[in-house]
Design a protein around this ligand. Structure first.
Ligand code: AQP
Length: 354
């Protein structure tokens, strides 16, 4: 591996219905990160997906579909490492060690668990509760410095930072004794931002655009064709006022704010730029312009995804290659962690090697 100073890691769950929020909040930004002087790892987090029951045959298809979306959006599997989580056993091993570092009180505060478990908390899987610890392991197995995610992942990223900090403190003596200085894990920087950090439902501007929304009209799926995209935007909920000319005028207008944010993110401009062009316009003018932009941006991705998913052998080969390259980075990290924690393992300890 080239000696990059930055290491970027992020993941997407293969839970079906990949949508515009996943694209703008995550995948599009993964592509942009490739321009940085950084090693980028993009992971299909299949072990996270099974925290809620998945049909096994469907899951296999969804893993390939997310991989296809990565490639179709412009992630270069030679430049970046594209892989699926379950092929790199270090994620699960490190998660166990982090289970012994993280505190119950920290996990009890996680809002995503509360939302997903709902009222029937006793019946939720332990994996769903432990989800953020596995996510910390995903990131820290590579000692990633930067993690691009949507805003909904902010709290989980804070937990990753807390786990890294506590590990560094709890094992400070051993970390120094093994030649790693005063900190083994970096305090990872979340990269959250831009006009589409939180894309909202097309039916309700106060709710996140979501895979699990029962209404398909609430989201634009990455697999939607041009007609479906245009129709969903035409039917998107709005208010009767024209667009304001200043961003401050979008306050208290969640649906208008959402559509302007989507336009800005697709065009690679700011909300201010959008309102400079469309301030004072009615939605009857703005929506067709947004639909055109969305179709131009997304239809080629959907087409390429269809082409790629028709050849599962190629996708599986990309994942196998990426998993081997990911493991080559994660394995020495895990060896060092085992030495730091005090495990006896096969092969020379890193201290002896030093
Ligand atoms: N609405 C969104 N706006 C911006 N970013 C978003 N992300 C998700 N939804 C939005 C970002 O997409 C990346 C992958 O997220 P995930 O795999 O956890 O997917 P999810 O859509 O959040 O999936 P769930 O939890 O299976 O489904 P729902 O949405 O039904 O709860 C992350 O970087 C995420 O921030």
């Amino acid at each position: 591996m080239a000696a990059f100073t930055e290491l970027v890691f992020s993941g997407v769950q293969p839970t079906g219905n990949l949508h515009l929020g996943n694209y703008l909040g995550a995948v599009k930004r993964f592509v942009e990160m490739q321009a940085r002087e950084a090693q980028c790892l993009y992971c299909v987090v299949d072990m996270h997906a099974i925290t809620l029951w998945q049909d096994p045959e469907a899951l296999r298809g969804q893993i390939r579909e997310v991989t296809a979306a990565f490639l179709a959006a412009g992630i270069d599997p030679k430049r970046s490492i594209v892989f699926n989580q379950s092929q790199v056993h270090q994620h699960a091993e490190l998660a166990w060690i982090f289970n012994c570092v993280a505190r119950l009180g920290w996990l009890n505060r996680m809002t995503q668990f509360k939302d997903k478990a709902g009222k029937d908390r006793e019946n939720a899987s332990i994996g769903l509760y432990d989800y953020p610890v596995l996510m910390a392991a995903d990131i820290l197995a590579y000692r990633a410095t930067h993690v691009p995610v949507g805003e909904d992942q902010k709290q989980h990223l804070e937990l990753t930072r807390d786990i890294a900090q506590k590990f560094n403190t709890d094992f400070a003596g051993s970390i120094a004794a093994h030649g790693h200085g005063d900190a083994f894990f970096p305090i990872t920087e979340p990269l959250i931002g831009g006009p589409a950090a939180r894309v909202m439902s097309l039916r309700d501007g106060t709710k996140k655009m979501s895979k699990s929304d029962p209404s398909d009209n609430a989201r634009i799926n990455l697999t939607d064709d041009a007609d479906a995209i245009a129709q969903k935007i035409r039917r998107a909920k709005t208010d009767p006022e024209p667009l304001p000319s200043e961003v401050a005028g979008l306050k208290e207008r969640p649906e208008a704010d959402n559509l302007v944010g989507i336009y800005a993110a697709l065009a690679g401009i700011t909300r201010e730029d959008v309102l400079r062009d469309f301030g004072g316009a009615q939605f009857s003018t703005f929506k067709p312009a947004l639909a055109d932009l969305a179709v131009t941006s997304l239809a080629p991705i959907a087409g390429e995804m269809r082409r790629l998913t028709a050849d599962p052998g190629h996708i599986d080969a990309v994942l196998a290659d990426g998993s081997a390259r990911a493991e080559a980075i994660a394995a020495p990290t895990l060896d060092a962690v085992k030495d730091i924690v005090g495990f006896v393992r096969r092969g020379p300890s890193l201290q002896a090697v030093r």
